[in-house]
Write a protein that binds this ligand. Sequence first.
Ligand code: GTP
Ligand code: MG
Length: 695
Amino acid sequence: MALEVTQLRNIGIVGQGGSGKTSLADAMLFAAGATTRRGSVDDGSSAFDFEPEETRRKLSLSTAFHHAPWKKHQVTIVDTPGYINFLTDGLNSMRACTAAVFVLEPTAGGAKVEAERVWSRAEQVALPCVGFVTKMDRENASFEAALKDAADILRAKPVPVQLPIGAADSFRGVIDLIGMRALIAQPDGSMKEEAIPADLADAAKAAREQLMEAAAETDDALVEQYLESGELTDEQLGQALRTAVRECRFMPVLCGSGTKIIGVGPLLDFVVDYTPSPAERPAVVGEDPKTNEPAERAPSPSAPFSAIVCKTIVDPFSGKLSVFQVVSGELKADSSVLNVNKDSKERMGHLLRLEGKKQSQVDKLTTGEIGAVAKLKDTEAGDTLADEKAPIRYSGLVPFSAAISFAIEPKVKGDEEKAIQSLHKLAEEDHTLKLARDAQTKEIILSGVGQLHIEVAVEKLKRKFGVDVELKAPKVPYKETIKGSAKAQGRLKKQTGGRGQFGDTYLEVSALPRGSGFEFVDDIVGGVIPRQFIPAVEKGVREALHEGIIAGYEIVDVRVRLYDGSHHSVDSSEMAFKIAASMGFKTALANAKPVLLEPIMVLEIAVPDDSMGDVIGDLNSRRGKVLGVDPKVGSQVIRALVPMAEVLRYSPDLRSMTSGRGAFTMEFDHYEELPAHLAEKVIKEAEERKAAHQH
Ligand SMILES: Nc1nc2c(ncn2[C@@H]2O[C@H](COP(=O)(O)OP(=O)(O)OP(=O)(O)O)[C@@H](O)[C@H]2O)c(=O)[nH]1
Ligand SMILES: [Mg+2]
């Protein structure tokens, strides 16, 4: 089927962890006839949660894609993970969407930090959001509670376009406030039209008025007409609603149940009728790679081809799949395009459409479509692919900093290289996973969002690559710096056999403000050190930065000024100056009040009112500083700065303090001097490590 751009919708299913996104996504596929049986998260048959690590835990770890036909449209369903450990992947995929279904839970005070993150991402990329209150079949389900949360916590301006009929056990359908009709769920997942039940007639009338008022506000002439006559025609209402959705004026809210397949067809109707096609989305702004000036591309098939790679999937057998959205133009199979970020040509062989864990081949992808291609050589997630003749570069992935690190040790000796190579492949599909080698201990350090994130990575490592590793105590990346300034001479003079080695430098080190890194100043005059050796001096100092003099940690925030020196016409060499400089640098550092720095994290902790006191008291005992408390309905969000060393295992502790109801996000904020009594301990540990290594 050749598709017009106007027939496409890419719908991100977003919301907090466990809210019912995947269940809804599976229900959408089933309701549209794309599957013959509704996939279920709970029995492991979901079309979206298909990785063994997902089915075992019954939660989504990574964004999954599928598509369903609905009323002559193609709805691509983008099911995103909601738990904080895996949220970033979904935030990146949101950019490939034309609208989102924001899944809301029907309980008061249910919205978590995750929902706020998703909401602010939607605002950032101006993504139209349709609210869907799911789990309406659950005990104590309340449509109003969900609306209140959306308003109070997300500040999302929710406006119902449906009302539920019944709740919990008696939930059986929805009232469509646009068509003013009741839609009653049938056993086969479809909805049957009926008259609005008499006991809900008044509520429906009032809610329709509220909807009309909100829709009318999109246009001055409409407000006027509405205020005068108290009515809009169905056509006017529809048009105004379409505009409101496209311009993110408010969040229209529907309701239903994913697992019971109630309200799912009407949701698909709403998506097709009221959310924009890719062609109606604003032009995407990027940069001209040659001039770095702003540039934009209209979402039109006749524009030159451009696409954003939003995700990489790595499979040990079939290799690497790059998932992208065509922002403009068209892409044919077997064509060649430019990777603008890497300035390299990529061959797009078979074009694929993702269908859960499977793929189907297509000849062409048009503007708006989400597709995939295998085995690109240089392309990573976040890159822009474009027509070579009309390159443009879009912004990359959402920024991210790792919050937790573990040392990784293969259970089988000699598996180290294999572990590193395989972890690199995992990190390719999950950019929140960072791999490093501790320069001093030579340990393999794996960093990520949280403990669960790292545990999942270790499981994948075993399943996909057959490498079994052990996790060891997380390491805090301390750094070293100086508080004062000092001068020193670094001099190397050696006579070995024939030619000697001579280098002589005078260096001054001084402290720089926190976060500035390193600066090298060349103040040599009169050629006391010949020009060609100056880079070697800088190199010697830069290399010495990797291993500090207190406990072997990286040295930061120092300025090094080379102000004098001497040379020998025969014996001087780059090597000699490099060594001399690193010696001088270390001597100067030792006299410039060296100190250890520790990373300080910023935490946002959502806690129920009744555990506030405990959580704050606990933060104090962790050397934390509370920055502020933001009251929400039934809960509070605490913002605090806490040294990383104190929150390496915060997750289980918060869980027990809040009976599992607390949630937190943690990000690196800045470095601060480590108090002296704690520094002693860190230095001692470093010495022990070094000694153990030498034996
Ligand atoms: N009663 C009821 N249960 C539901 C409904 N939707 C989801 N659930 C249950 O809620 C749990 C979580 O559902 P998921 O669909 O995995 O939620 P999710 O939002 O995809 O979770 P993550 O992707 O891990 O963030 C499962 O046990 C579902 O069976 C619903 O409409 N009604
Ligand atoms: Mg899910």
